[in-house]
Write a protein that binds this ligand. Structure first.
Ligand SMILES: C[S@@+](CC[C@H](N)C(=O)[O-])C[C@H]1O[C@@H](n2cnc3c(N)ncnc32)[C@H](O)[C@@H]1O
Length: 241
């Protein structure tokens, strides 16, 4: 990280001071068991241009490489790496109030993914997959206000549109499911006692699943699940909005 401050005005207006690599890595090491998992979900509510998120992605891509490498082999299977790497991207979320930060963050994440994708998949790279990753990043890295939980306009002012996050998961083979939830409702549900009842959902490592449908519907049956789509992971950009 070269420069931690872009301008005094931005520090005054938005508290914008970027975190240096050394601190980023030290902090992420504290949750190493999660950063080393392809599908563990991370959300940074004031992500800036992505200093934490790019390092999380690097670590997840390294885990994706291992996961796509068969026992006693040295190289990952390209198609399996492609799928795992899409999941790595799809499990990373960010919010920032400044549009230039949001765009820079999406670009940095895309460039890191694409460099690794080219290096591992070589001539087997696929442009639909690239578009899918761009689309997932557009949805996951949101220009919004993490305090009001609303999307903001290009001047950083709240709009009337709530922040919506998509939960992405592979449901069978190459089919990817997207489920959209309002961020404010997710946060409200998180603190409901219902999240610890018999319907609570845990992932394969026993972690509470923030996005689990059961959990959300338990906390409030007003239908927080806004939309749901299932399609081939290379085609997510062709379905929904
Ligand atoms: C201290 S910087 C940290 C950036 C990044 N997390 C890092 O560690 O490098 C704070 C960031 O929060 C953003 N920010 C300030 N108020 C915000 C709000 N209400 N909602 C979302 N982002 C906000 C700023 O634009 C800035 O990028």
């Amino acid at each position: 990280m070269e420069n931690q401050v872009k301008s005094r005005q931005r520090v005054t207006d938005h508290g914008e001071v970027f975190t240096a690599d050394r601190e980023v890595n030290a902090m992420l090491d504290l949750v190493k068991q999660e950063t080393d998992r392809v599908d563990s979900r991370f959300l940074e509510p004031a992500c800036g241009d992505g200093n934490f998120l790019v390092e999380i992605l690097r670590r997840k891509l390294s885990a994706a490489k291992k996961r796509a490498t068969p026992p006693r082999k040295r190289k990952p299977v390209p198609l399996e790496f492609e799928k795992q790497s899409v999941m790595a991207v799809a499990s990373i979320y960010g919010v920032d109030i400044l549009l230039d930060n949001v765009i820079a963050c999406r670009d940095r994440l895309y460039n890191i993914w694409n460099a690794e994708y080219k290096s591992i998949c070589g001539s087997e790279v696929n442009d639909d997959c690239r578009e899918a990753v761009r689309y997932i990043l557009d949805r996951n890295i949101v220009c919004g206000n993490a305090l009001s939980l609303m999307q903001v306009d290009e001047r950083g002012h709240d709009t009337k549109v709530p922040i919506v996050f998509s939960e992405w998961s592979f449901v069978m083979g190459t089919k990817m499911q997207r489920k959209d939830y309002r961020f404010d409702k997710l946060l409200a549900g998180e603190y409901e006692p219902a999240t610890t009842n018999k319907n609570e959902s845990r992932d394969e490592d026993g972690q509470l699943d923030l996005f689990s449908t059961e959990q959300i519907l338990d906390s409030n049956d007003e239908g927080e699940l806004l939309a749901s789509y299932v399609t081939d992971y290379r085609s997510v950009q062709k379905h929904g909005q």
